[in-house]
Design a protein around this ligand. Structure first.
Ligand code: F6P
Length: 327
């Protein structure tokens, strides 16, 4: 018996129909899916083609190596532009905004084309993360940078595993798998498990003694209750967290022995990392806060590459650590 699964295209068409939405979002999602498949193929063959190296390196053919994150950026920009639905985009790879269909576009697209750089040279999981906000349809568009609570969708591809997770505003977080025809199929709604039995903690343990003392204390008091997992690429770590529950954190680094390595504002970027996973987490029943216990989705970005500390995951755990964060 052949087993057939619902495709992503079918899922999203039904979603738009059910909520009486436009086809514009479908066109944008088609661009996103095409970009992800393209990145996936480059990544899978990256080691053979010499694409997993560092920029400035020269491969054995004597050609200059293009960094995989630059390739991924170029791919995403191409598809976004051809969708003609994006007003402007923000990419981790580019300092300023990337103008697209400024007058006729409908969406703002914030993305990190290949997140998790430490994994790239090993071909291990990395992420293509994105958040989408909509043009202000009533009244003039001021190009204002949107907070996570104003996103209409956010998602991530874990490359090259063929897994795709998409959260739709007030319509849940859904996971898809790539099939043998390169279609993303089989939507499964993700809800963080309430039972703490399988919950995990995920953070860079090497940074532990650089955290705020309250956070260190919280870790010491709670770590024995949970397993500990860390891939070192946000998409990979958050992917597992959504299924198992627990908390991923990248706290502010404030007590580093080398003060130059302190990161009082945290490491992760608000618009295309922290807000993206926080949006997906909220739609799966979870919560996320920054170093002051403020919900990540409430943070209004002052600049496009703004950083933030991040505590994201099962609501009881995030609320518990928030109590010590506010002190
Ligand atoms: O911001 C990029 C990133 O690679 C994330 O994907 C990941 O969660 C984090 O940095 C890992 O940082 P570190 O190597 O400091 O643990």
């Amino acid at each position: 018996m052949i087993q057939f699964e619902q495709t992503f295209t079918n899922f999203i068409l039904h979603h738009q129909e059910k909520y009486n939405r436009t086809y514009h979002f479908i066109i944008l999602m088609d661009a996103v899916i095409s970009a992800a498949k393209h990145i996936q193929q480059y990544y899978l063959t990256g080691a053979l083609k010499g694409n997993l190296g560092l920029a400035g390196e020269v491969n054995i053919q004597g050609e200059e190596v293009m960094r995989m994150d630059q390739i991924a950026h170029e791919i995403v920009v191409h598809y976004l532009k051809t969708s003609e639905r994006v007003i402007h985009a923000v990419s981790e790879e580019v300092e300023g905004i990337i103008p697209m269909a400024e007058d006729t576009g409908r969406y703002f697209f914030y993305f990190d084309p290949l997140d998790g750089s430490a994994n790239v040279s090993h071909g291990l999981p990395v992420g293509f993360l994105f958040g989408i906000a909509k043009r202000n349809l009533d009244g003039p568009e001021d190009g204002h940078l949107r907070a996570g609570k104003d996103y209409i969708a956010a998602g991530m591809f874990v490359i090259p595993t063929g897994m795709f997770t998409l959260a739709l505003r007030e319509a849940g977080t859904w996971r898809f798998h790539i099939d043998e025809t390169m279609n993303f199929v089989k939507p499964v709604r993700m809800n963080l498990p309430e039972d703490p039995k399988g919950w995990e903690l995920s953070f860079n343990e090497a940074n532990r003694y650089t955290f705020n003392e309250n956070v260190q204390k919280w870790i010491s008091e709670n770590e024995n209750k949970y397993s500990f997992r860390y891939i070192g690429a946000l998409a990979g770590d958050f992917h597992r967290l959504l299924a198992n529950g627990g908390m991923f954190m990248y706290p502010a680094i404030i007590n580093h022995p080398n003060p130059k390595k302190n990161r009082p504002l945290g490491k992760l970027r608000l618009m295309y990392e922290s807000a993206v996973v926080s949006f997906m987490c909220r739609e799966a029943g979870g919560h996320a806060v920054d170093e002051t216990g403020t919900p990540i989705l409430d943070l209004e970005p002052a600049k496009i590459h703004q950083r933030t500390a991040l505590y994201v995951g099962s609501t009881p755990l995030v609320e518990d650590i928030s109590k010590v964060l506010r002190k």
